[in-house]
Design a protein. Structure first.
Length: 492
């Protein structure tokens, strides 16, 4: 079972798309790979096989989990089926995470009845692939939830965050209705504090509502932003002891569309990023510093440049005269190897009866200068896209992935190959399932973009061994159309 995490926005507005050529079917989705890079430059990944069990309803959907160890060239060297291949792990949630230099398997324990089990974590021995005794992260009693009712599994959300230096770990579990469970743990996953909140997010499929950002800093403080039914962007600052302060965003003038947090290493400042609105249009981006009392200070707002607005206007996503972008996107942050932070957003909307997947726009913040703006142009319109919701976590099914590499950021997505040589200032030609190719867009620190069609090597676990990358190329693990692959990218 997969967790799908992008919101569809439905606006009562009139859009004009000059190039709509709706098609059936969707381009391949791209997921973040399950491969974790280890300290010895090898990798570890997890394979999930669905298997029915005797539990009731959604508890009858289980996973058999297999851990697989690779060397630095992606050659599989070991594997181990967990729990002897018994399907004890709920299909609703399991993942590998690195905390404090160790690899942990997080999972939801399967139950025989309708109850939701414990959320647990077990340390993984990366050589033998054996598991240590599991620790309870959030207990069944704390969750206090059953899986009765149609669609109940769709309201379960799980997120985790590691602090910048790996000192603290934060786990978030949303159950049905208003319940939000937070747990903060140290680097050995010993509980520091836990709390249950009751924030009314509203319908998770509705525009803008829901969890937008969750981060933990190196002091154990938690930063949590969300939108309520009132469509007011709110955020909560939790102290290292769990004491909370609830705030609404105040930018002075203009309203914030979202707030995304980015703590610096070693207890440094926490910054907030997002976009701001004027009327019905998104006008630009902002950056601010977050104080311990929750106030935003040193707010700097930068309007979108005409070089970004004009091609988006040709694609129907912006109003050129107003120099504003229609707020039909969800955003995330990417930390680059050079210390800069990129605000990244994929335009995505449903205007009945069609679905529209648009360009990727970004703003790179580095140092004290103005952010560098850019866009990776793409466009698809058609029927039959799966309905998504957004919970702030850039993983699961979506139509691009981002990969930081030194001072560059690389976007992977499916596109019409004609767009590679098309002037970047023009609107994108339409991509369809029949003409789509996997593209890598490499953006340098100055905002310049180079695009290339790339090849992939299937990674069917133990059946295919990886190969050493050619000099001048890097290999990036991805999941494309539910298949693990290595993407070979030329770096100039």
């Amino acid at each position: 079972m997969r967790y799908i995490i992008i919101t569809l926005f439905c606006f009562i507005s009139v859009y004009t798309f000059s190039q709509i050529a709706p098609v059936r079917g969707i381009p391949n989705v791209i997921e973040r790979s399950t491969f974790l890079l280890l300290s010895d430059s090898g990798y570890i990944s997890i394979k999930k096989e669905e298997s029915k069990a005797d539990g009731k309803g959604w508890n009858s959907y289980r996973n058999i989990l297999t851990l697989i160890r690779y060397d630095k060239h992606f050659k599989a060297i070991n594997q181990a089926k967990l729990s002897g291949g018994v399907n004890i792990y709920s299909a609703m949630y399991s993942e590998l995470r690195q905390v404090g230099g160790k690899v942990w398997l997080f999972y939801l324990e399967g139950q025989d009845g309708d109850d939701v089990g414990d959320i647990k974590a077990a340390e993984v021995n990366t050589i033998s692939l054996s598991l240590a005794d599991a620790k309870t992260i959030i207990s069944k009693a704390e969750l206090n939830q059953t899986l009765r009712g149609r669609g109940a599994e769709n309201e379960m959300h799980f997120m985790s965050r590691v602090s910048p230096s790996g000192r603290y770990f934060c786990f978030y579990a949303r159950t049905f209705g208003r319940k939000q469970n937070l747990a903060v743990l140290d680097k050995d996953l010993n509980r520091v504090w836990g709390k249950q909140e009751s924030f009314e997010f509203g319908n998770p499929y509705s525009e803008w509502r829901g969890l937008h950002s969750l981060e933990v800093d190196d002091n154990g403080g938690v930063y949590f932003s969300f939108k309520l039914r009132s469509d007011v962007e709110n955020y909560v600052i939790y102290s290292p002891t769990g004491k909370s302060i609830v705030k609404s965003i105040d930018l002075g003038d203009g309203s914030a569309k979202e707030i995304l947090f980015a703590p610096e290493k070693n207890g440094g400042p926490v910054f907030a990023y997002g976009t701001y609105m004027e009327g019905d249009y998104c006008k630009g981006v902002y950056k601010a510093e977050v104080k311990a009392n929750g106030d935003l200070t040193a707010i700097v707002k930068t309007a979108f440049p005409a070089s970004l607005i004009e091609p988006l206007s040709k694609e129907g996503w912006a109003k050129r005269r107003r120099l504003g972008v229609d707020p039909v996107f969800n955003a995330s942050l990417v930390k680059n190897g050079d210390g800069s932070t990129c605000f990244v957003a994929e335009i995505y909307a449903k205007i009945d009866p069609y679905y529209h997947i648009g360009s990727i726009m970004y703003a790179r913040f580095g140092g004290t200068g103005q952010p560098v703006f850019g866009r990776a142009p793409k466009y698809w319109a058609g029927y039959g896209v799966t309905r998504y919701y957004f919970d702030g976590e850039p993983r699961g099914e979506r139509f691009f992935d981002s990969f930081p590499y030194e001072s560059k950021i690389i976007f992977f997505y499916f596109d019409n190959p004609d767009n590679i040589t098309r002037d970047i200032s023009l609107d994108a030609k339409v991509v369809t399932p029949s003409n789509g190719a996997l593209i890598a867009a490499i953006i340098d620190a100055d905002g310049s973009i180079k695009r290339q069609q790339i090849t992939t090597l299937p990674l069917n676990y133990l059946s295919v061994s990886g190969k050493t990358a050619t000099p001048g190329f890097i290999q990036v693990p991805l999941v494309v159309g539910y298949t693990d692959v290595l993407a070979k990218v030329k770096i100039e």
